[in-house]
Ligand binder design. Structure first.
Ligand SMILES: NC(=O)c1ccc[n+]([C@@H]2O[C@H](COP(=O)([O-])OP(=O)(O)OC[C@H]3O[C@@H](n4cnc5c(N)ncnc54)[C@H](O)[C@@H]3O)[C@@H](O)[C@H]2O)c1
Length: 305
């Protein structure tokens, strides 16, 4: 297949590009390099790279010409980055996604797979792991825009028959991730012997999904037809404090774990519990993420440090 990945120089996109190239696909990456380039040289040499912005329609149209599938991953993310740049965040989501959809129609691309987020569950009640049927509760500009795009894509399936998959990623982590996210930040602090800084009590929970599992889920979903919203979750609930302790142990660090009040701009992102169900993914593909957090953290330590 010929496949476009927007945001393909980023953390998830670069790992996906590597896998797709190895699987024999022709890959085009469109990225404005807002976050630098995470594609390794071997992958970079085998793809077509276009440096450009998804907010520019002609660029997206050109990039998607002749493609069978688009992974639309370009986004502004990271709690602090989004809180400081709400307009750019919304524009990249809303204008960028509209451009991708319209360009896909113009170029007769059959399917779009969009990176949504578990953030759209917000403070949704958790009795069991969150399923896709739970009433969502997006509170941040980022989560609102992701939810809007899920519905926008679904409407294109309904009216125009395009195959669309919205992937609700739950805290993806892995090698070569940058410190906008909590796990690389804890590693960096632990290895430098600085305080490991936890916001709030550290009792808040998240569900961490390893990058290899995330990529596998994306690849398996490439052949699924129709319109789907799908959790990509590890189904394991971890306290942030315990993640800090694990990373301190793995790195044999003398760092102290310290608890800070979250800055005001993070308030909307502070959710007490989050854990997802990957049952739907399992039903559709026969696969669900299974790498334990311990195994994933060990792998990062061995590869990155
Ligand atoms: N990492 C996670 O835990 C996570 C969780 C939920 C959802 N997601 C979603 O998955 C996708 C990929 O996330 P990631 O972790 O790889 O992030 P990332 O920041 O590493 O990658 C995003 C890429 O998009 C590019 N980009 C930003 N604005 C652009 C623009 N206007 N035009 C073209 N390219 C642009 C950036 O340069 C970057 O390379 C994003 O849509 C994100 O919202 C990620």
């Amino acid at each position: 297949m010929k496949i476009l990945i927007t945001g393909g120089a980023g953390f998830i996109g670069s790992n996906l590009a590597k896998r797709l190239v190895n699987d024999g696909h022709e890959v085009v990456v469109l990225d404005n390099l807002l976050r630098g380039n995470k594609l390794d040289k071997a992958t970079f040499d085998q793809i077509k790279f276009i440096q450009g912005d998804v907010r520019d329609y002609e660029t997206v149209k050109k990039a998607s010409r002749g493609c069978d599938l688009i992974f639309h991953f370009a986004a502004v993310l990271g709690v602090d980055v989004v809180a400081d740049n709400p307009v750019e965040t919304m524009d990249v989501e809303v204008i960028g996604t509209r451009n991708v959809v319209i360009a896909a129609e113009a170029n007769n691309v059959k399917k779009i797979m969009y990176a949504s987020t578990s953030g759209i569950y917000g403070h949704s009640a958790i009795e069991n792991a969150l399923t896709e049927e739970v009433l969502v509760d997006p509170r941040t500009s980022y989560a609102m825009a992701k939810r809007y795009n899920e519905i926008y894509l679904a409407s294109h399936n309904e009216e125009k028959g395009m195959d669309v998959v919205s992937l609700r990623f739950f805290n993806v982590y892995g090698e070569n991730q940058d410190n906008r996210m909590v796990i690389p930040r804890f590693f960096e602090q632990a290895i430098a012997g600085r305080d490991i800084t936890v916001f709030g009590t550290g009792k808040q929970t998240r569900d961490f999904t390893f990058i290899d599992d995330t990529v596998e889920a994306c690849v398996r979903l490439m052949s699924v037809k129709g319109c789907h919203i799908i959790n990509i979750a590890n189904e394991a609930e971890w306290c942030i404090e315990d993640v800090a302790v694990r990373i301190k142990d793995i790195t044999k660090s003398n760092s102290k774990i310290v608890y800070l009040d979250a800055p005001k701009k993070r308030y909307d992102y502070e959710v007490e519990r989050r854990v997802g169900s990957s049952e739907k993914l399992m039903q559709l593909t026969g696969f669900k993420p299974e790498t334990t957090l311990d195994a994933g953290l060990e792998k990062i330590f061995k590869t990155n440090y």
